[in-house]
Design a protein around this ligand. Structure first.
Ligand SMILES: NC(=O)c1ccc[n+]([C@@H]2O[C@H](COP(=O)([O-])OP(=O)(O)OC[C@H]3O[C@@H](n4cnc5c(N)ncnc54)[C@H](OP(=O)(O)O)[C@@H]3O)[C@@H](O)[C@H]2O)c1
Length: 191
């Protein structure tokens, strides 16, 4: 059955990006990002489990800036690890030519069937940001949280998951050291 999995890197104090949407703290980590070649096996296994990705517009705009995919559309599939994607935005944002990207907005409940359908027998990768993942949890569609905790704090920034989920709902199922990252996996239970 298709599961909804939030997999991300975050700072030790629970931010996905700084207040300017920069990930410089992440790229400064010795040994690179959690998906760098030396951590490739677990990340490749995760990607093999994924049929579709979901992202919010800040994350999308960051990816566009990083990859220049509007000018070089051939860069987009790699940016999405070859997966189709659903973009949540209320704006009319530009899309790289030929991108397998479905643009949606509003209540996530209205889009769950379409997202599950694109995932087929595989899982859904919720890339973020945190509030969008929270909206999926509000809709009963968050099954697992995987966080690669970076050796950095920011004090402020874009929050990891701005919802209240207690130990009654989060169950630690795995801990994996990936270089300087602690990769934590939690099963998410329902109320
Ligand atoms: N550390 C990591 O590995 C990692 C992972 C993911 C993301 N990030 C970074 O973290 C930051 C996250 O930014 P963010 O917190 O602003 O989150 P985001 O989810 O990327 O973007 C939020 C925006 O998405 C749109 N949106 C969200 N829900 C929507 C809905 N239901 N319907 C329509 N539009 C919706 C809204 O913008 P509009 O409607 O105005 O378009 C909203 O302001 C980004 O800088 C990203 O690059 C880091």
């Amino acid at each position: 059955m298709t599961r909804f999995v939030f997999n991300t890197a975050a700072t030790l104090d629970g931010f996905l990006a700084d207040t300017d949407h920069s990930l410089s703290w992440l790229f400064a980590v010795e040994g690179g990002t959690p998906d760098a070649p030396e951590h490739a096996d677990p990340f490749a296994a995760f990607l093999a489990s994924i049929g579709v990705t979901v992202l919010g517009s800040s994350t999308y705009e960051w990816l566009l800036r990083e990859t220049s995919a509007l000018e070089k559309p051939e860069a987009w599939p790699d940016a999405m690890s070859g997966k189709p994607a659903f973009l949540f935005t209320s704006r009319d944002l530009p899309v790289p030519a030929g991108a397998d990207l479905t643009v949606v907005s509003g209540d996530v409940r209205d889009h769950l069937d379409a997202i599950r359908s694109r995932a087929g027998d595989l899982d859904v990768w919720l890339m973020g940001g945190g509030d969008l993942v929270g909206q999926f949890d509000d809709a009963g569609a968050l099954d697992e949280v995987q966080v690669s905790v970076a050796p950095a704090t920011l004090g402020a920034g874009q929050p990891l998951l701005p919802r209240r989920l207690g130990p009654d709902r989060l169950h630690l199922t795995d801990v994996d050291r990936r270089g300087q990252f602690a990769h934590l996996t939690y099963a998410v239970g329902r109320d």
